[in-house]
Design a protein around this ligand. Structure first.
Ligand code: HEC
Ligand code: HEC
Length: 470
């Protein structure tokens, strides 16, 4: 018979400790993806500096711009997140055979609301514009992994759609592809861009006014981009971006930061009733709830062959009149929007939801969510009807699941993306010891690292790893 001695206990504990040590904590928002090499980790760090850096006039800010750094709009709850700040797209609606006009000749496409130069250099919405569409700033977590999803894995849902929906891929040619190879777009509210470098080069131009090797001419106020020195408002030679000592341009640095950002956590990882409801009523037809495996060919090992669950099909859908923004982009028509990923939703929902941020300002987070869900018409109308038909308690379960997306393990008390003494203080009374004491729907399940229905020593060992101090 096995005699239980102190040393067998220690052996058992250290065995389970070792087994658990292999199960990694999920990265918190703002962390790099696990498994980067030392060189990539350094690139991530330098990328973050570029992303957070306030551009100055001599470095190329402006002449017209929206904000002076990427961080300004991509900040919550950590660098690379989203914000409630909107950027305005403008144009003239199509009439009959005359197509939509983005008013490029009058500085259109994207409005810039600030200037570094004289007041006369301020851009304004041209009187001709009859489509003015605000767009909210999304979070950028996990986008390197989204970039590494193969085109086919997105297109399969266009060719074999779930019943009742008809998503379409936006196809575009990334600006950096030497031979003009087209790819499936996946970034932006209209899936209008396929790669992070392309998005960054565009954002550096449109948001910061930093001309670069892909967009070599600065925007001019209410006029097309023109070469320096023809532009009276501009005093810096284009292109303003250029290589640093290691040969990286600023847009390359910013791209590194965005590409290496880890995906948001989700806690509990599985087992919530709300997750079943999400699938059952049809949300997952567009907000895909199964995992994607990223391409084995992704250039960095840490981004290749990774299982991710962004809750999106990255396809365009028509959700009806209320959400049609009137602006075509690539293959996206004036009514279609990309299914936005829902990972990280916990930190989006209190700020603002939907492309123009209209689902905001209610007296609870759940009410913001409800507003966003009720706006889903068109292809989502049947799902929305299912949602409306849910009992109040089922709706509450659905919200609980939606708000588990983005929550770090053990972030129990204060929802600050940090595991600290406050979380420990509130968690301690719930330590149960081994057994089956609660389910994934219980609030304290946030602290049940191994998801076995108790808070025991194994969970506490994981807590210790997650703990960041005061
Ligand atoms: C003034 C606010 C603002 C600033 C500054 C800004 N962005 Fe954005 N960003 C946005 C908005 C708005 C969108 C959505 C645009 C769209 O889809 O039309 C966006 C989207 C993105 C996306 C795609 C996200 C997704 O989920 O598909 C990336 C990548 C991105 N920005 C990177 C950057 C980088 C890099 C910088 C700095 C060069 C930057 N942004 C500066 C507002 C901003
Ligand atoms: C037919 C596809 C489709 C279905 C079904 C669908 N959605 Fe969406 N969802 C979208 C699209 C497209 C948007 C973006 C709409 C916009 O902003 O104009 C969106 C936006 C959202 C948003 C706002 C996200 C953000 O970052 O602003 C939430 C939350 C959401 N959906 C949750 C759900 C839930 C929950 C269900 C099930 C009740 C559901 N959706 C069903 C396509 C769909």
């Amino acid at each position: 018979m096995l005699k239980i001695t102190r040393s067998t206990c220690v052996a058992v504990l250290s065995f389970s400790g070792a087994a658990l040590a292999q199960v990694a904590l999920q990265p918190r928002m703002g962390d790099p993806v696990p498994g980067l090499t030392a060189v990539e980790t350094e690139r991530f760090a330098r990328g973050r500096v570029a992303f957070e850096h306030k551009q100055t006039l001599v470095e190329g800010l402006g002449p017209i711009f929206n904000r002076d750094r990427c961080l300004h709009c991509h900040a919550g709850p950590a660098a690379g997140g989203g914000s409630g700040i909107t950027v305005t797209r403008i144009g003239v609606a199509a009439v009959g055979a005359v197509p939509f006009d983005p008013l490029i000749a009058l500085g259109g496409g994207v409005l810039q609301t600030n200037t570094v130069a004289l007041p006369g250099c301020q851009e304004f919405v041209p009187v001709q514009a009859n489509v003015v569409s605000p767009r909210i700033s999304p979070p950028l977590f996990g986008l390197g992994l989204v970039e590494a999803i193969t085109d086919v894995d997105i297109q399969v849902r266009e060719f074999i759609p779930p019943p009742g929906v008809s998503g379409r891929a936006n196809i575009m040619t990334p600006i950096e592809t030497p031979l003009g190879q087209a790819r499936v777009g996946r970034f932006g509210w209209k899936a209008q861009i396929a790669t992070i470098l392309n998005f960054t080069a565009d954002a550096s131009m449109q948001e910061l006014g930093l001309s670069n090797r892909f967009f070599p001419l600065d925007n001019a106020p209410n006029a097309p981009a023109v070469a320096f020195p023809n532009q009276p408002c501009d005093s810096v030679m284009d292109p303003e971006d250029g290589p640093d000592a290691q040969g990286f341009h600023k847009i390359d640095r910013m791209t590194d930061f965005v590409r290496f950002l880890a995906p948001p956590p989700q806690t509990p990882r599985a087992g919530m009733t709300g997750a079943l409801l999400f699938d059952a009523i049809g949300c997952a037809k567009c907000h895909v709830s199964t995992t994607y495996t990223t391409s084995p060919l992704a250039p960095e090992a840490a981004l290749a062959n990774q299982a991710i669950r962004p809750y999106s099909d990255f396809l365009l859908h028509d959700l009806g009149d209320a959400l049609a923004d009137g602006i075509p982009d690539g293959l996206a028509n004036t009514r279609e929007m990309r299914t936005p990923p829902l990972w990280g939703l916990r930190f989006r929902a209190p700020v603002a939801l939907l492309h123009d941020g209209r689902a905001a300002g209610q007296n609870s987070i759940e009410a913001n969510l409800e507003l966003a869900l009720l706006a889903h018409g068109g292809e989502a109308a049947a799902t929305t009807a299912n949602y409306v038909g849910l009992s109040a308690s089922d709706k509450a379960q659905l919200y609980k699941f939606l708000l588990s997306l983005g929550r770090a393990e053990f972030d129990f008390a204060d929802d600050d993306n940090l595991i600290d003494l406050v979380d420990w203080f509130f968690m301690r009374p719930f330590v149960t010891g081994p057994g089956a004491h609660f389910t994934a729907d219980d609030p304290v399940a946030v602290c049940d690292f191994d998801g076995d229905g108790d808070l025991d020593l194994r969970d506490l060992a994981a807590f210790q790893r997650a703990f960041v101090g005061l």
